[in-house]
Design a binder for this molecule. Structure first.
Ligand SMILES: [Zn+2]
Length: 341
């Protein structure tokens, strides 16, 4: 097992293995990348490797007492620092107490690892860590997790070894989704989830396990596909009601609208487009284009503009009902087969 058990981020794995096996060297690490990219998972594996009693070339052995404790979440030498419940940020007093405790010799392993959610630290906490980050006690390893290094004071940044996480490959994303409950979904749908979540595994896994999201996605896709055959009542009553009911998900719905319209544009532009975002529904998109030859790229552009106008209007707090109906009617006008313009 060890790092081999984690999919993707090969350069990160290699650097971490070098650091773990060198023993000395960098003891204050900062994992950097967007939320959901896998920083926490890799931090746990790094801690496991540092604390393991019989580490191999791939990191932790997975069998020793230390590894077992980590898997059970009960290792006394692995300390994770997060804000206490109900708080946005880590309290200075809490961090100070944890850091003092960390100075005491480890109980089971030869080291102690502190994983700190640096996104939830204010400057005062970061200042508190300065001295320890620069010269941690010989048994201490710091791993800071951070999605935005501009929020970290430069004096902290200059004391840590940065480990940047890169974007995942499409096949890695599909493998990760399959490992996390998506084994029964076809690759097209997994690839859609991967693209929609900007190739961030945590986001994609969350969307995959959210039945509402999958329903919304089907609804918006079907709305556009069926629009040429719909009547005004469908649009102004049923569809408006749908948007109204899902008011809090407007941003997501609008993105799905833009994507589906974009897929039609791709299919109009080239006979066999390779960049369909609804990749599991490519056939339906192609069918739409062949059955609605009167829909042109200009219509699709206008429809997309209607969506972005609605998005802009939502920011200025204009009436939701008027703006939403206006958007739906503008798209309808562009896609309906009896369009008179
Ligand atoms: Zn072990």
């Amino acid at each position: 097992m060890g790092f081999d058990g984690l999919t993707g981020q090969d350069s990160v794995k290699k650097r971490l293995l070098d650091i773990v096996s060198s023993g000395g060297g960098a003891r204050s690490l900062l994992f950097e990348g967007p939320e959901g990219v896998g920083k926490h998972l890799f931090a746990k594996e790094t801690a496991k490797a540092f604390l393991c009693m019989d580490p191999g070339p791939d990191g932790a052995c997975g069998k020793c007492a230390s590894c077992k404790y980590i898997e059970a979440g009960t290792h006394p030498d692995l300390i994770e620092v997060e804000p206490t419940e109900g708080r946005k940020n880590i309290r200075v007093a809490d961090l100070r107490a944890v850091m003092q405790d960390a100075e005491i010799k480890p109980q089971i392993s030869e080291r102690k690892v502190l994983i700190i959610n640096a996104d939830r630290t204010e400057n005062v906490c970061q200042n508190l860590m300065l001295k320890s980050l620069e010269e941690p006690s010989s048994h201490l390893i710091y791993i800071l997790l951070c999605s935005d290094t501009s929020r970290i004071i430069p004096t902290v940044m200059s004391r840590v070894t940065e480990i940047p996480f890169r974007e995942y490959e499409e096949n890695e994303m599909i493998a990760i989704l399959k490992e996390n409950g998506g084994e029964d979904l076809d690759d097209g749908r997994l690839s859609f989830l991967s693209t929609f979540s900007s190739k961030i595994p945590g986001k994609a896994i969350k969307l995959m396990s959210d039945p509402d999201f999958m329903d919304e996605r089907e609804h918006i896709f079907d709305l556009i596909m069926n629009m040429p055959r719909m009547g005004y009542t469908d649009i102004l009553y049923d569809e408006f009601q749908y948007f109204d009911r899902n008011h809090d998900k407007t941003a997501e719905l609008l993105l799905l609208l833009v994507w589906t319209l974009g897929d039609i544009a791709s299919a109009i532009a080239v006979p066999d487009p390779g960049n369909i975002k609804n990749s599991d529904k490519k056939e339906q998109v192609m069918d739409f284009v062949s059955h609605n030859p009167s829909v042109t790229l200009v219509n699709i552009c206008n429809a997309q503009e209607a969506v972005s106008d609605f998005a802009d209007a939502s920011h200025v707090n204009a009436t939701f009902e008027v703006n939403c109906c206006n958007m739906l009617l503008r798209i309808y006008k562009e896609l309906h087969h009896e369009k008179n313009s």
